[in-house]
Design a protein around this ligand. Structure first.
Ligand code: ADP
Ligand code: MG
Length: 250
């Protein structure tokens, strides 16, 4: 195949009578943002679940950096370099930004949380955490409690948590959800810069962000990919307009 960082090949997943994933193939190439869009119930979360490892496909394979990960656990995939942020925030509110990022590094390294030992002393955790925060332009907020951050800053911390693990590929599930125009514009800018270092598979409803950010878009409808192409091609595609974009202002 190509030099794809992440590739899905002929994935199928059925829930009872419902074909939630129907022969889905897609590739995430170095340096790109590949957006996955589609109406509610299209199967986006089911696909993300199969990539992250929560859901096993019935058929097909998933490769990360050339290695087959189809049957690996969530933790094994994370260790091989699959980074992700969650739709629902998993940050610990009273703790500092830095401590949250350090804890995510620690969790991946397989340590139990050592709450009795000040985690901030651990240089091995501090360095990658600070680097990730600076990457998301949050270095100045490192010692601020998460509870004092804006909604947009929290999203940046969540991405930093994933980045601190030095992923080869990043899965972002609706990172713009709930952000105002300002927060959304800021995150868009940061992701645009980030993709050079880590390619991103982006699930997003904010079509303005998708059309601005995505190098490639895959449109999922009823479990099947009905179109793949760049923003221009997807905007023009009559099938996509009918199935998905028709009712939004694209
Ligand atoms: P999306 O994220 O695009 O909104 P989902 O992947 O959540 O779509 O859902 C795709 C379809 O699969 C929906 O019809 C949903 O009801 C169904 N579905 C999702 N998870 C399960 C499950 N665990 N068991 C049965 N049906 C499911
Ligand atoms: Mg979903």
């Amino acid at each position: 195949m190509s030099d794809a960082v992440l590739s899905l090949t002929h994935l199928h997943k059925r829930f009872g009578a419902l074909q939630a994933t129907n022969d889905v193939s897609l590739a995430l190439e170095p340096g790109e943002i590949h957006a996955l869009i589609g109406p509610n119930g299209a199967g986006k979360s089911t696909l993300i679940g199969q990539i992250a490892g929560h859901i096993r496909p019935d058929q097909g394979s998933i490769e990360l950096g050339g290695e087959t990960i189809t049957n690996l656990s969530v933790a094994q995939r994370a260790r091989l370099g699959l980074g992700r942020s969650f739709q629902v925030s998993s940050l610990a509110e009273p703790l500092s930004v830095m401590r949250n990022v350090m804890m995510s590094v620690q969790a991946l390294q397989g340590h139990s949380f050592r709450f009795f030992k000040p985690v901030a002393r651990d240089e091995a955790l501090l360095a990658p955490a600070l680097e990730a925060l600076e990457h998301m332009q949050l270095g100045h907020r490192a010692w601020t409690p998460v509870s004092e951050l804006s909604h947009g800053e929290r999203r940046q911390v969540e991405v930093a948590c994933a980045l601190a693990l030095k992923p080869r590929a990043l899965l972002l599930d609706e990172p713009m959800a709930g952000l105002g125009p300002e927060g959304s514009a800021r995150l868009t800018e940061l992701l645009e810069a980030l993709k050079r270092d880590v390619p991103i598979l982006l699930i997003e409803h904010d079509m303005e962000a998708v059309f601005r950010l995505a190098d490639r878009i895959s449109v999922l409808v009823s479990g099947s990919i009905i179109a793949q192409g760049d923003s221009h091609a997807i905007r023009q595609d009559p099938l996509v307009r009918e199935a998905y974009l028709g009712d939004c202002d694209a």
